[in-house]
Design a protein around this ligand. Structure first.
Ligand SMILES: *[C@@H]1O[C@H](CO)[C@@H](O)[C@H](O)[C@H]1NC(C)=O
Ligand SMILES: *[C@@H]1O[C@H](CO)[C@@H](O)[C@H](O)[C@H]1NC(C)=O
Length: 294
């Protein structure tokens, strides 16, 4: 066989391999211009090459009609949490860019761990949601992500649509936002140290708006401050005894007669993972064991 034929078949094989590879890797995800704005060039350079964006192009929340100011619209529990996963050096600001001509709503951010939750709430003042008039709002939300150390410099902006359904019920229970918290703590965390703060907000004003936090079931390990929602450690953690603690915090307002107002929205789940501490004496006794520890 002449060498030129060898070269040609080599090239053909290479092309076939490339085609198979391309097929295996699949088509690239469709690039959605509406939900991702290219940042001005040069602004991304010092940030990890991660796309910070909403996981969904539409989110759904609901809010009771006649809600007073500062009522937070709630998400159905089966939907993915509303917001953006970020890294600690970043800050996120949310704003409503359209769909709210009457300026009834406000977009707030609340960063818990690596997630910037987006809360849609009614503004303070004489906000009246009348279901008979409008039963659904479609809010275009823009997230502006910047570095914590230079807030004015926006790295990236990304949009999503939040559909707000106005419900014909009016339950003014305190609302947790978010309704789930997760945190890892080292097992040598000192006693009385703050672990995490939970927050519920009541749409009621005055005395009825004062919220009291407690655990649904008693625990020896943690205490929750009744008015601040701060959870602290009350007993030393030991990874080998228990590696995860699951707590449920209940929020009640002073006006609530009893547990009859404990709707789902006034409970928050708190997952506390215990991180095993590297134990030097184990390492000295049986050195190889140490390789499995952080
Ligand atoms: C919100 O509802 C729409 C339409 O029902 C659906 O396509 C979308 O996936 C929902 N959003 C989330 C985050 O589940
Ligand atoms: C470390 O390991 C030793 C031996 O297993 C044990 O006696 C000691 O209590 C451990 N120290 C901590 C801080 O867990």
């Amino acid at each position: 066989m002449p060498p030129s034929a060898d070269g040609a078949s080599g090239a053909r094989i290479a092309i076939i391999i490339l085609m198979v590879l391309a097929r295996a890797l699949g088509d690239p995800a469709p690039y959605n211009n509406k939900n991702f704005h290219e940042p001005p060039s040069g602004h991304v350079s010092n940030v990890k090459n991660v796309e910070y964006r909403f996981a969904h192009s539409i989110y759904n929340v609901s809010i009771p009609e006649n809600s007073v100011g500062k009522t937070i619209a709630v998400q159905p529990s089966y939907e993915d949490r509303l917001g953006i996963t970020i890294t600690p050096e970043l800050d996120v600001k949310y704003r409503i860019i359209s769909g709210d001509k009457e300026r009834l709503f406000k977009a707030d951010e609340r960063i818990v761990g690596d997630f910037a939750f987006l809360a849609i709430r009614t503004r303070t003042g004489n906000v009246i949601l009348n279901r008979e008039k409008i039963d659904e709002y479609r809010l275009d939300i823009r997230a502006s992500i910047s570095r914590r150390d230079s807030k004015s410099k926006i790295i990236v902006e990304t949009d999503t649509l939040v559909v707000v359904k106005v419900l014909d019920t009016n339950d003014l229970s305190p609302l947790f936002y978010p309704t789930e918290y997760s945190i890892s703590v080292p097992e040598d965390t000192p006693l009385h140290k703050s672990i995490i703060k939970v927050t519920a907000e009541d749409a009621d004003l005055g005395i009825n708006g004062e919220i009291y936090y407690s655990f649904l079931e008693g625990t020896d390990y943690f205490a929750v401050h009744p008015t601040s929602g701060l959870i602290t450690l009350t007993r030393p953690l030991k990874f080998t005894d228990r590696s995860v603690h699951e707590l449920v915090v209940v929020a009640a307002d002073r006006g609530s007669s009893n547990s009859n107002r404990l709707s789902q929205a006034s409970k928050a789940k708190v997952h506390i993972k215990v991180k095993q501490k590297f134990n030097l004496s184990i390492f000295i006794d049986i050195p190889w064991k140490g390789f499995y520890r952080e």
